[in-house]
Design a protein around this ligand. Structure first.
Ligand code: NAD
Ligand code: UDP
Length: 312
């Protein structure tokens, strides 16, 4: 078979750990690089026994040299509370991490995939968001370290491609959830589930009418593998997300009902620059990789709730 050695930066994180597992299941060798800022060894503990799996404690802001056949670049905190903890480091991780990994891909003449984000659209004024939309991003706000860091990383990917013919892929990931999210991750799905299971108040920021489209992690991983497998002429950016859109109030109600919880809703201030809406147009992913998400919100929440029950 076509066994590859694949580098996954941010491999001990939520999405990275699922990706490492999938790549191992597909028969590849995986090098999981992480500085464990938000990732944990427990996420990859079940992979440690596999002789095709290696871990490296390393920070992507520093160069890293290794012989591999493909790179998935995921290293970057994704939850607002974590990326705002040290915003300068967040920018460095996105930008210097991209430069270091693109330099490696250039030297090795290999494919590299960037985990970009729907945050490049900022607080969008169009709905749904397609890849042609340039976004509505505040360059000087508290979310900018993440949004602008990821936008600059996309710029670097495109320039390495145009200038040095690096074989790049850019995916724009919309809100993704599932097992291996950290208890203290701070994002809405994990917050609501943990609060519901503990019988604590469910914290709705603002009026709860803002919308997001939630994608189960297995659907995303399938999309990532398919994008990486495309030919050299397809670079993206391409949206990977679930087009079903829900308000935070609807999400809270679903989670309360699925957990049979007695939790009450409490309303808290809306964080600065919190996008009002988010819904991906996935026509390009359908056309280029024949992909669309398969897991409904209810199905995915049931699996995620089961996971959190085991760790609470
Ligand atoms: P996560 O925080 O669980 O994982 C990020 C991983 O990167 C962690 O293991 C962390 O320790 C590691 N990391 C952070 N800074 C690093 C550095 N400087 N050097 C090495 N490792 C570093 O987040 P996630 O949800 O798994 O997100 C993974 C990627 O996908 C991120 O790039 C994120 O921006 C992107 N993304 C995620 C979502 C989502 O909804 N989960 C949406 C859009 C984009
Ligand atoms: N949110 C909320 N309660 C929480 C956490 C988040 O109401 O406990 C809201 C948040 O304000 C945002 C939405 O849920 O409008 C999604 O937030 P998340 O941090 O998951 O992701 P992002 O804003 O980056 O899409």
């Amino acid at each position: 078979m076509d066994r590859k050695r694949i580098l996954v930066t941010g491999g001990a994180g939520f999405i990275g750990s699922h990706l490492c597992e999938r790549l191992l299941n597909d028969g590849h060798e995986v090098i999981c690089l992480d500085n464990y800022f938000t990732g944990t060894k427990s996420n990859i503990l079940n992979l440690m026994q596999n002789h095709r799996f290696e871990t490296v404690r390393h920070d992507v802001i520093n160069p890293y040299i290794v012989e591999v056949d493909e790179i998935y670049n995921l290293a970057c905190p994704a939850s607002p509370i974590h990326y705002q903890y040290n915003p300068i480091k967040t920018v460095k991780t996105s930008v210097m991490g991209a430069i270091n990994m693109l330099g490696l891909a250039k030297r090795l003449n290999i494919k590299i995939l960037q985990a970009s984000t729907s945050e490049v659209y900022g607080d969008p004024s169009v709905r749904p968001q397609n890849e042609e939309y340039w976004g509505n991003v505040n360059p000087v706000g508290i979310r900018s370290c993440y949004d602008e860091g990821k936008r600059c990383a996309e710029t670097l990917f495109m320039d390495y491609h145009r200038q040095n013919k690096v074989k790049i892929k850019i995916i724009r990931i919309f809100n993704t959830y599932g097992p291996n999210m950290n208890l203290n991750d701070g994002r809405v799905v994990s917050n609501f589930i943990v609060q519901a299971l503990r019988g604590e108040n469910i914290t709705i920021y603002g009026a709860g009418t803002q919308t997001r489209s939630f994608q189960y992690v297995d659907d995303l991983i399938e999309g990532m593998i398919k994008v990486m497998a495309t030919g050299d002429t397809f670079t993206g950016p391409v949206n990977l997300g679930n087009p079903h859109e829900f308000s935070m109030l609807e999400l809270a109600e679903k989670i309360i009902s699925l957990t049979n919880s007695k939790s009450q809703l409490v309303f808290m201030p809306l964080p600065c620059d919190d996008p009002k809406q988010r819904k991906p147009d996935i026509s390009l992913a359908k056309e280029k990789i024949g992909w669309s998400p398969k897991v409904s919100l209810e199905e995915g929440l049931v699996k995620t709730i089961a996971y959190f029950k085991t760790i609470i």
